[in-house]
Design a protein around this ligand. Sequence first.
Ligand SMILES: Nc1ncnc2c1ncn2[C@@H]1O[C@H](COP(=O)(O)OP(=O)(O)OP(=O)(O)O)[C@@H](O)[C@H]1O
Ligand SMILES: [Mg+2]
Length: 255
Amino acid sequence: MALLEVEGASVDYGRGRVLDDVSLSVGEGEIVTVLGANGAGKTTLLRAIAGATRLAAGRVTYDGAPLDGLSIGERLARGIVLVPEGRRILISLTIEENLLVGAHQRRDTAAVRKDIAAIYERFPNLAQRRHMAAWCLSGGEQQMLAIGRAIVARPRLMMLDEPSLGLSPLFVNTLFGLIVELNRGGLTVLLVEQNAGKALAIAHHATVIELGRVVVAGDPRALQADPRLREAYLGQGDDAAAGPIEPILQRGTGV
Ligand SMILES: Nc1ncnc2c1ncn2[C@@H]1O[C@H](COP(=O)(O)OP(=O)(O)OP(=O)(O)O)[C@@H](O)[C@H]1O
Ligand SMILES: [Mg+2]
């Protein structure tokens, strides 16, 4: 049974239907990627799963139970965390305060401290600046902080909304290496990307949406190999040739 099952999900904004009968399934331990152009409905889909947007039709089942009517906080408590588009860290708070925000639902203070220590070990740039305001971080460091904050929530399903947006190619490789590493540690990942080449390279399944509808779904390698599909749905954002993806950050444990 899949960890996450989205069936016929539809969302209306005002008079328009922006998500239309979208279905996808994410197995435990998988990386599933959702690709699509600007305005396709990718963020809307993730927000619907996280509980930030209401479904007009369809349903989302997680760990065998429907999520209908559950708030964002209740879904978070079940292990569903969203790293939102544009990072949305709290720039006037310190790095450490941002990480503590990720742990706000947890009561196991000692374990939270350990998880934060593991994040500092993994991201020395964050450790050095732990008491500085988050606005002093680079874009890439802010993305790592956003992911670190999500890790501190101890998720089972991490959803990432265009995490590579605006990052340098080197940092994009670091980021994708981190996603692979977290996944190997047991985390299930639902990854929205416009960087199709990189996302397809690490995903177990891919779904392409266009104007709110699923247009292709299946094996990422088949999608990558079919020039017609690549041209039709994945545009020119494909930079798979930019270098191999390797887990670069090896030291962290237990997160
Ligand atoms: N709060 C809102 N109110 C009205 N329309 C919205 C709202 N949020 C999104 N939309 C519309 O819904 C559609 C899908 O938006 P969504 O943000 O899900 O797309 P996306 O695939 O994430 O795009 P991008 O790649 O640019 O982030 C777009 O046409 C957008 O204008
Ligand atoms: Mg979006």
